[in-house]
Write a protein that binds this ligand. Structure first.
Ligand code: PLP
Length: 394
């Protein structure tokens, strides 16, 4: 048997691993609360499901589609991006539909990176960025940032080299839930422009913002989409469509044609039926989006004070978006005598029956990621369990 060097180095997604471990324990009959998962717990809105059923019945799901997606959907994404971001002159040619936002990112890195090209990743960063960059022959460069969890031009300047070609920005951010504001984005835009860097802006959580916070994308600072900027988004989080695997890239036409060429060999096309579902999601009734957003907001507002009441768990700044909390657990380690965050997470799973993700999966130790994409009762019970686990050490 032969396994490539590349495959040998590859680790499965840490967040998916925790989740499947928790799911297995639940299947074995254990009462485990899974806060390791990064997906909304709502069923996809009915109008979206119905559009998919209609597409199947009309015989539209049976055949290959163009590699970058059906033109109606590409146009719908272009229109929504123009409206939501205040941009002009976007057309279907600026859009590639992909198999989830993961493939949007994967095909983007394949299209922009040459071997040895460096990509700046503010810490903590979402697990798959670094692995996908490596799979494209690039070099992920972790950028330590201050307590706000937000990268500044000074942070990036400390890590930029003559090999740096791109910067990945995720706002609202997984795992911290922080949002960059207009002036912070403006500074980053100026700095990356001066250094001729591409900016991959992962806006997948853009509609999940809370308590009056406002989402701005670095892509919307000008009237036209800057050819340096690549927007990544999709239906998974906003429309609770993780299983449908619908993402997209919005970028310069020339780059999109290369991404489409890559996709034509990699996936052939994104699943036909899912494309009709995303078309309805983007163009149909948006009422459910607000219902789900409000549910997340309510969960955040309930769980945040409970979390800060747990001995050794510190999260001084309340997150404003996505559906994660990323507390510092240094004090919890000190209090309990548990040596590593990995061990803390593992003991919380086996003893308190709560699944969390070790922050080192996002490049930062002494933190855990807690997802609040689960119902309020389970969230409250999970906080009680974690607190009881920690109180035994006091
Ligand atoms: N980008 C970020 C920041 C995410 O958290 C996720 C999913 O967890 C994705 C992209 C991938 O989304 P999708 O499920 O559409 O592939």
């Amino acid at each position: 048997m032969k396994i490539s060097q590349r495959a040998q180095k590859l680790q499965p997604s840490a967040t998916m691993k925790v989740s499947s471990q928790a799911k297995k324990m639940i299947a074995d009959g254990l009462d485990v609360i899974n806060l390791g998962i990064g997906e909304p717990d709502f069923e996809t809105p009915k109008n979206i499901e119905q559009a998919a059923i209609d597409a199947i019945k009309a015989g539209k799901a049976s055949f290959y589609t163009p590699a970058a997606g059906i033109s109606e959907l590409r146009t719908a994404v272009a229109n929504r991006t123009e409206n939501d971001y205040g941009l002009q002159n976007l057309t279907a040619k600026n859009v590639a539909i992909t198999t989830g936002a993961k493939m949007a990112l994967y095909s983007t890195f394949q299209a922009i990176l040459d071997p040895g090209d460096e990509v700046l990743l503010p810490e903590p960063y979402w697990v798959s960025y670094s692995e996908q960059i490596k799979l494209a022959g690039g070099v992920p460069v972790a950028v330590p940032v201050g307590d706000s969890f937000k990268a500044t031009p000074a942070d990036l300047a400390a890590k930029v080299t003559d090999k740096t070609v791109a910067f990945v920005l995720n706002s609202p951010e997984n795992p911290t839930g922080v949002i960059y504001d207009h002036s912070e984005l403006s500074e980053l835009n100026d700095w990356t422009s001066q250094h001729h860097l591409m900016v991959v802006t992962d806006d997948i959580y853009g509609q999940l913002v809370y308590n009056g916070a406002h989402f701005t994308s670095i892509a919307q600072l000008a009237d036209q989409l800057d050819p340096r900027i690549i927007i990544i988004s999709g239906g998974s989080k906003t429309y609770s469509m993780t299983g449908w695997r619908m993402g997209y890239v919005v970028a310069n036409e020339q780059l999109i044609s290369k991404i489409a060429a890559f996709l034509s060999h990699a996936t052939g096309n994104p699943t036909a039926v899912s494309q009709y579902a995303l078309l309805e999601a983007l163009t149909g009734d948006q009422a459910q989006v607000e219902v789900m957003r409000q549910a997340f907001e309510n969960r955040l507002n309930t769980v945040y004070p409970l979390l800060n009441d747990i001995p050794g768990f510190d999260l001084p700044v309340k997150p404003q978006g996505a559906f994660y909390l990323f507390p510092d657990v240094s004090a919890a380690l000190k209090l309990s005598g548990i040596e590593t965050t990995g061990e803390l997470v593992s003991r919380l799973l086996t003893e308190a029956h709560v699944a969390l993700v070790d922050g080192s999966a996002f490049g930062v130790s002494n933190h855990v990621r807690i997802s609040y994409a689960t119902d309020l009762t389970s969230l409250k019970t999970a906080m009680v369990r974690i607190k009881a686990f920690m109180v035994q050490f006091k």
